[in-house]
Design a protein around this ligand. Structure first.
Ligand code: XMP
Ligand code: MG
Length: 187
């Protein structure tokens, strides 16, 4: 599906592909400046961060290793369950490593707060966050996101890794899901 052919499920394009790509390059430049000469480990949070991780990693000049974690905080719907579980842990020992968590979206911040304390307990040399999107709820949390793509409205978004019931992840842009698709408002 391209941006001109949204179909009935998406109400609008929130962030077009070219704007996303320009932002990812900008974030990569900031990360390059900060991590020059350091041994960087990117930790992508599956599955939503796959697209931003792949594009960010390719835009970096800094040599970086990549590892992945899968945690669950949401079911197949649009609301947080409040329960975080590790579905797939890192393969890498992060003791004394410079770790940068790469996330698709910060909503309530529940997932990331939990992930931060979990990873911090493993003794990394440094631990920072890069998130592509942030929703308004996140201001209530203490999460210090050093590299942020976009602050977005409190709407359910899909595309560029983000899904609704495992659909729409492969859209190259971020779009807003039409409320009729999930039967309500996204608050
Ligand atoms: P919390 O509330 O823990 O949520 O910060 C973070 C995780 O929730 C998912 N999430 C979304 N997924 N569209 C999505 O496709 C959205 O609008 C959305 N809001 C939250 C996502 O998995 C994220 O990592
Ligand atoms: Mg996610």
């Amino acid at each position: 599906m391209d941006e001109k052919d949204l179909g009935a499920d998406l109400s609008k394009v929130l962030i077009p592909e070219d704007v996303l790509q320009a932002k990812v390059r900008e974030l990569a430049a900031q990360i390059d400046a900060d991590y020059a000469g350091r041994d960087l480990l990117l930790v992508g949070v599956l599955k939503g961060a796959v697209m931003v991780m792949a594009d960010l990693a390719r835009a970096l000049h800094t040599p970086a290793s990549m590892d992945w974690m899968a945690v669950s905080s949401y079911g197949s719907g649009t609301k947080s369950s409040g329960v975080v579980r590790i579905l797939k842990d890192l393969d890498t020992d992060i003791l004394d490593r410079h770790v940068l968590i790469v996330e698709d979206i910060i909503d309530s911040g529940l997932t990331l707060s939990w992930l931060i304390s979990n990873l911090r307990s493993r003794g990394p040399a440094s631990l920072e966050i890069c998130a592509l999107l942030r929703k308004p709820e996140a201001v209530r949390t203490e999460i210090d996101c050093r590299y942020l793509g976009f602050d977005i409205p409190n709407e359910f978004v899909v595309g560029y890794g983000l899904d609704y019931g495992e659909k729409y992840r492969n859209l190259p842009f971020v779009g807003t899901l039409a409320p009729h698709v999930y039967g309500g408002t996204a608050d």
